[in-house]
Structures are given as structure tokens and as C-alpha cells.
Design a protein around this ligand. Structure first.
Ligand SMILES: CCCCCCCC/C=C\CCCCCCCC(=O)N[C@@H](CO)[C@H](O)/C=C/CCCCCCCCCCCCC
Ligand SMILES: O=c1ccn([C@@H]2O[C@H](COP(=O)(O)OP(=O)(O)O[C@H]3OC[C@@H](O)[C@H](O)[C@H]3O)[C@@H](O)[C@H]2O)c(=O)[nH]1
Length: 309
């Protein structure tokens, strides 16, 4: 029910007499993939009246430079700037890459958007609509675009089921589950504590940025459109490596949660429940287990179709 209420909502448009807030969009880039140009182009064609694009490229020489320069030439009416070379402010390379652009950004709202993200025409508007007076940070729940191949299907099923389930519950309970691939935040609140560079000392800057907003009494929320990850690099090994990296971050930050993580998985919780039901009610544990798996798969399918719409 919550997923239906939360995702893909038609939001009331801002009142015509209220101007749309301007947004500075930070795009940290490093290297090239086959979908990069198409993904970046979607930022030039959004239906939003006031925004600037700040492309941050870590190395002076990078194939992404040409892609960005060509797009800037193709869309002269869109305000866009290219920052070449990172500034070391900490151990986090993404923060190092974005630091200069963040400092030079013009608007109060800042969108941090990873290189592989694709936008729909109304994605930015959707996020801005969730930035109410009490909200300091709006993030998109990670999901993926339709791409060909086994790895792409695996990614889609993982983000659309196992991760969405936790993400939606965490958002409902206002628990910090922020994954910083597409995040709109209030610059003035970050500036009170030195700006983005303060979080350069953390590898999981996303978790600590969200924690900072929550500690200061701001609300954080997911927007109604999930993040469309559409990187051209998509294979099982890098997916596995990424999930392992994230799990290591969670172990370091919230060790208690990681103990309970296996219990959020179908097979583990099913086995525990089957055993408990056989002890308590003398039910057939195999039948219980198989019915549990069937019902779980049906629920996952329903969740995936809702996230996908
Ligand atoms: C009896 C059942 C107890 C269930 C406990 C729930 C265990 C959580 C299970 C899975 C965790 C999945 C986390 C999803 C998003 C995290 C993605 C990620 O690792 N991102 C990192 C990199 O970008 C980022 O730095 C970390 C962000 C914060 C992670 C903290 C996750 C806490 C989730 C807590 C959810 C509580 C739900 C309670 C349900 C009863
Ligand atoms: O050295 C680097 C590495 C990465 N990046 C950029 O940082 C962004 C994220 O890249 P990652 O390889 O960390 O990709 P992930 O999907 O794992 O990141 C995600 O999870 C970890 C969080 O800390 C990130 O905020 C979140 O975006 C990309 O836009 C990438 O271009 C750099 O600018 N420099």
C-alpha cells in the first residue's frame, strides 16, 4: 500500500504565482561508457525553468570532456559549465571532484547526480515538489532502466525488490537509508557546517550527509520517481563488486543492521519461520516453506511492477 502511495504520484504543480526555485545540478564524471552521451543529454532536455548544469570531470584528459563539450554546444540555451580536475579535500573522490562546482554553484537547491543517471522530462520537478519547508533532502530510490542482458535483469530485480522493500520501509519509518546517486539538498544547511567538503573525510558521504540533515531536525524523503541507473557498463562482476562495497560500508556504519540483514531475505526468514511453525503448531515445515516462497515471489513481483511503472 505504501509503495502505491509513495511511488509515481501525480503531484500538484507549484502555484503559478510562486517562482520555481533554481537548481544547481552537480554531475561528477569519470571516464566514459556507451550510454554516457544519451544519459547526459536528458539533463539538457528537462522541463524545468531554472537550472544550471555543472559537470565535474576528475582528470583534465578524459573522453567525457568531449562528450560534455559537444552537448554544451548543441544546447546553447541551457546554462552549463565544465570543471576539469579535482581538488583534494578528503578521501572521498566524488566529493573531491564536486568540491569546486559546489562552491561556485549559484542556486540554493543543489542536485547531486551520478554519471549513470538518466532523467525523465519531469524528474527534477518531481523532486523539487517534495522539497517542502521542513524537508532538507530529497533522494531518489535506486532503480534501473531497461537494458539488455542477464546482468541488467539481475540489477533490475535486485533494486526493484530486495532493495526497494527496505528503502520504502526505511523511508516510512524515517530511518537513514540514503544512497547518494541522485539527491536534492539545501545548500545553506550544508554551508552551516562548512559545505560539501566537510563530508570528504567519509567514503559513505551519502549516509553522513543524510545523518547531518536528520540531526539538525530536517526531514528527508524519497521522491515519487525512482532513480533510473543507465550506465553502459553492466556486468555481473561489477554489480557484485558494488554490492560488496556497499555492504562493507554498512558493516562499518550500522553494524547492528547488518546482523539482521539475512533475516530480510526470503530463504533465511522462511527457514526460520518454517522451523518455528513446526515446533509451535506441528505444521509441515516443507509445505510451509514452499508456500512462503511462492507468496514471497508474488509479493516481489507486485512490488517490481509498481516500482517499474
Ligand atoms: C527482523 C527483520 C529486521 C530487518 C532489518 C533490516 C535489515 C536491512 C536489510 C537490508 C539493508 C539494505 C539497505 C538498503 C540500502 C542501502 C544501500 C547502501 O548500502 N548504500 C550505501 C552506499 O551508497 C550508503 O552509504 C548506506 C546508506 C545507509 C544504509 C543503512 C541501511 C539501514 C536500513 C534500515 C532499514 C530498517 C528497516 C526496518 C525494517 C523492520
Ligand atoms: O574517483 C571517482 C569515483 C567516482 N566518481 C563519481 O562518483 C559517482 C559515484 O560513483 P561510484 O563508483 O562510487 O558509484 P556507486 O554507485 O557505488 O556510488 C553510490 O554509492 C556510494 C556513495 O558513496 C555514492 O554517493 C553513491 O553515488 C559517479 O558519478 C562517478 O563518476 C568520481 O567522480 N571520482
Amino acid at each position: 500500500m505504501f509503495r502505491k502511495y509513495k511511488l509515481h504520484r501525480k503531484l500538484p504543480q507549484p502555484a503559478l504565482d510562486e517562482p520555481y526555485p533554481g537548481v544547481s545540478i552537480l554531475k561528477p564524471l569519470m571516464g566514459m561508457d556507451s550510454n554516457l552521451a544519451a544519459n547526459l543529454e536528458t539533463f539538457f532536455t528537462m522541463s524545468y525553468p531554472l537550472y544550471e548544469l555543472l559537470f565535474c570531470i576528475e582528470e583534465e584528459v578524459d573522453p567525457a570532456v568531449t562528450v560534455v563539450e559537444e552537448l554544451i554546444k548543441k544546447y546553447p540555451k541551457v546554462s552549463a559549465k565544465l570543471f576539469k580536475g579535482a581538488t583534494t579535500v578528503g578521501v572521498n573522490p566524488k566529493i573531491n571532484n564536486m568540491h569546486r562546482a559546489f562552491e561556485e554553484s549559484v542556486y540554493e537547491l543543489v542536485l547531486v547526480s551520478d554519471s549513470g543517471i538518466k532523467m525523465k522530462e519531469d524528474t527534477l520537478l518531481d523532486m523539487v515538489c517534495y522539497m517542502t519547508d521542513k524537508t532538507g533532502l530529497v533522494h531518489q530510490m535506486p532503480f534501473t532502466c531497461d537494458r539488455n542482458g542477464f546482468a541488467a535483469t539481475l540489477e533490475k530485480i535486485y533494486f526493484g525488490t530486495a532493495q526497494s522493500r527496505i528503502y520504502l520501509v526505511a523511508d516510512l519509518l524515517r530511518v537513514n537509508c540514503h544512497t547518494g546517486m541522485s539527491t536534492l539538498l539545501r545548500k545553506s544547511v550544508l554551508k552551516e557546517n562548512g559545505g560539501l567538503k566537510t563530508f570528504g573525510c567519509y567514503l559513505a558521504e551519502d549516509f553522513f550527509i543524510c545523518k547531518y540533515f536528520l540531526d539538525k531536525g530536517w526531514r528527508t524523503t524519497i521522491s515519487s520517481q525512482p532513480a533510473l541507473q543507465n550506465s553502459g557498463l553492466c556486468d555481473v562482476n561489477s554489480f557484485q563488486a558494488r554490492l560488496t562495497r556497499w555492504a562493507k560500508l554498512r558493516v562499518a556504519m550500522v553494524p547492528l543492521v547488518i546482523i539482521f540483514e539475512p533475516l530480510s531475505e526470503c530463504m533465511v526468514i522462511g527457514a526460520c519461520a518454517a522451523w518455528a511453525s513446526s515446533v509451535l503448531f506441528q505444521w509441515d515445515s516443507l509445505a510451509f516453506y514452499l508456500i512462503h516462497i511462492l507468496l514471497w515471489f508474488i509479493c516481489d513481483w507486485m512490488l517490481l511492477t509498481t516500482v517499474q511503472v
